[in-house]
Design a protein around this ligand. Structure first.
Ligand code: PEP
Length: 248
């Protein structure tokens, strides 16, 4: 089954109206491939602004987080319906920065994933091991455990994109090699097939994140289990467009 290539841009806590306008204008003016889905994730205050600026037909907007309750006394949290209300279609959940800095657990991420999907958002679900876990040889245990928490909670995976992001590769300039990334992606898909089913596994998009840039993106082109990228730092730069076009 053909899986639509997916490139996400995670702006993290960076940007201003001016810089976001420039990035979106760059995407709108570029002749982007029609078969690549592009999702940009600006900080929450700029979701509506970004969504209203986008005219490129293949580009939509994601929030960087959402809560697992729909309304109420949860100061500072953002509800799924509010994200939809301002024109965004996706949310990034389980990013390693939230797992480590904000101490989000697998169960909480699974609960947020469940609520986001049930209320109409697509979910970019991030998983990945730390350097210590990699050095201990537990990469697959870690990512499979992270996946299992969500597998236990949801049954429809059609609106989920899994982002395999080794923590040691995020923001370090040290991307995983295509061979290493492909091995982990294949193992994630195999584990998912065993737990959820072969058809869902064949359809599941598993994207790679961790120091992807305009130069190295195409080095992953031969990896049959890599269905796109989640891009941090480089998504703030013009080279993001090169990444979107890297399969051309
Ligand atoms: C990320 O934060 O999701 C990410 C992949 O960052 P970077 O591309 O900067 O490594």
């Amino acid at each position: 089954m053909a899986r639509t290539f997916f490139v996400g841009g995670n702006f993290k806590m960076n940007g201003s109206k001016e810089s976001i306008k420039t990035i979106v204008a760059g995407l709108n003016e570029a002749s982007l491939p029609s078969d690549v889905e592009v999702v940009i994730a600006p900080p929450a205050p700029y979701l509506q602004y970004a969504a209203e600026l986008v005219t490129a037909p293949t580009v939509t907007v994601a929030a960087q987080n959402s809560f697992d309750k729909l309304s109420g006394a949860y100061t500072g949290e953002i509800a799924v319906n509010q994200i939809l209300d301002v024109g965004a279609k996706w949310v990034i959940l389980g990013h390693s920065e939230r797992r480590t800095i904000l101490k989000e657990t697998d169960e909480f991420i699974a609960s947020k994933t469940d609520v986001a999907l049930a209320n109409g958002l697509g979910v970019i679900l991030c998983i990945g091991e730390t350097l210590d876990e990699r050095n201990a040889g537990t990469t697959l245990d870690v990512v499979n455990t992270q996946m299992d928490a969500v597998i236990a909670k949801i049954s429809d995976w059609s609106k989920v994109v899994v982002a395999y992001e080794p923590v040691w590769a995020i923001g370090t300039g040290l991307a995983a090699t295509p061979e290493d990334a492909e091995k982990v992606h294949a193992a994630i898909r195999e584990h998912f097939a065993a737990k959820v089913g072969a058809e869902a596994a064949a359809a599941l998009r598993i994207i790679y994140g961790g120091s992807v840039n305009g130069k190295n993106a195409a080095t992953f082109n031969a990896c049959e289990n890599i269905d796109g990228y989640l891009v941090g730092g480089a998504s703030l730069k013009p080279e993001f467009i090169d990444i979107v076009k890297s399969r051309e």
